[in-house]
Design a protein around this ligand. Structure first.
Ligand code: KIV
Length: 275
C-alpha cells in the first residue's frame, strides 16, 4: 500500500492529486478473492471489459454487457477497502450519445458503488466526458489502442507511430480538457507516451506505453500467468500460476484415479469425536 494512502477508499481527486508524484498502481480484478489480493497493493482496481475475454472466454471485449460489468463490479466492490473501483463502460452502452452514457454510467455507479467509470475514445468522446463529469460521474479516459475498436483497427496494432502521433496526442488533450481525472494510454510508442504525460495536467496510466507515465495498469490474469493463450509484449509475467494450477489439477486427477484421494484425514467417522 502507498505510504500516502488515506484510511478509506481512494477517490478520483486523490488520483488527480498524484499527477507527477508517486506512480499510480492499477490492476484489473473481476472477483471478490482477487479484489482482496489487489486491494492492499494497488491504488485502483479496474473491472475492465477484458472480463469478457479473460473470464467468459469471448473472442473480444465487444461481448461485455452492462449486466456482466455490474455483477463483476459488485463482486469486486466487496473485496475493496482501500483501492478505488473503476468500471469500464462496455461496448454499445455509451456510444449512442451523452444521455445513453449517463444512464449506463449512473446505473453502474449506483448498483456497484464504483467511484468512477472508464470509457474508450478521444476527441469524439469529449462531449460525452464533459456531460458525465459535470453531472457527478468521474471519468477515466482511454486513448491510443482502444480494444473495443478491434474491428475498425483490424486487430490490435500500436497507435501513434509516425503521422498517427498527432491524433493520439490530440485525443489525450481532448479527454483532459473535457474533465477526465486520468487517462489510460494503451499501446503507444514510449516517446509519445512520455510527451503526452508531460503535456497534460491529469495522470496518464500506461499499458504498453512508457515508464514515465504517472501510473501503470495490467490485466491481473496476464501478469499472474493465468490467461495463457495471450502474452502481449507489454505484459511482464510476475508468476506462472497457470502452470502451477495445471500441475495441481493433474496431481488431483492422478490421486482420484489411483484411489489415493480422499485419504483417512479427509473422511468422517460414524460418530462425532469426543470433545
Ligand atoms: O479492459 C481492460 O482490462 C482495460 C485495461 C487493459 C486498461 O481496459
Amino acid at each position: 500500500m502507498s505510504a500516502t494512502a488515506p484510511d478509506r477508499r481512494i477517490s478520483p481527486p486523490d488520483i488527480l492529486a498524484r499527477k507527477g508524484a508517486e506512480p499510480l498502481v492499477m490492476l484489473t480484478a473481476y472477483t471478490t478473492p482477487v479484489a482482496r489480493l489487489v486491494d492492499p497493493h494497488c491504488d485502483i482496481a479496474l473491472v475492465g471489459d477484458s472480463v469478457a475475454m479473460v473470464l467468459h472466454g469471448h473472442p473480444t471485449t465487444l461481448q461485455a454487457t452492462l449486466e456482466m460489468m455490474t455483477l463483476h463490479g459488485q463482486a469486486v466492490a466487496r473485496g475493496l477497502a482501500h483501492a478505488m473501483l473503476v468500471i469500464d463502460l462496455p461496448f454499445s452502452a455509451y456510444e449512442e450519445g451523452r444521455e445513453q452514457a449517463f444512464r449506463s454510467a449512473a446505473a453502474l455507479m449506483r448498483d456497484t458503488g464504483a467511484e468512477a467509470v472508464k470509457l474508450e475514445g478521444g476527441r469524439h468522446m469529449a462531449e460525452t466526458i464533459e456531460f458525465l463529469t459535470r453531472r457527478g460521474i468521474p471519468v477515466m479516459g482511454h486513448v491510443g489502442l482502444t480494444p473495443q475498436s478491434v474491428n475498425t483497427f483490424g486487430g490490435y496494432p500500436v497507435q501513434g507511430r509516425g503521422n498517427g502521433s498527432g491524433r493520439v496526442r490530440d485525443d489525450a488533450v481532448a479527454v483532459a480538457e473535457a474533465g477526465a481525472f486520468s487517462v489510460v494510454l494503451e499501446k503507444v510508442p514510449a516517446t509519445l507516451a512520455t510527451e503526452i504525460t508531460r503535456a497534460i495536467p491529469i495522470p496518464t496510466i500506461g499499458i504498453g506505453a512508457s515508464a514515465d507515465c504517472d501510473g501503470q495498469v495490467l490485466v491481473v490474469d496476464d501478469m499472474l500467468g493465468l490467461f495463457t493463450p495471450f502474452k502481449p509484449k507489454f505484459v511482464k509475467r510476475y508468476a506462472d500460476l497457470g502452470v502451477e494450477a495445471d500441475r495441481a489439477i493433474a496431481a488431483y486427477a492422478a490421486d482420484v484415479r489411483a484411489r489415493r484421494f480422499p485419504a483417512a484425514e479427509h473422511l468422517f467417522a460414524d460418530t462425532a469425536p469426543q470433545k
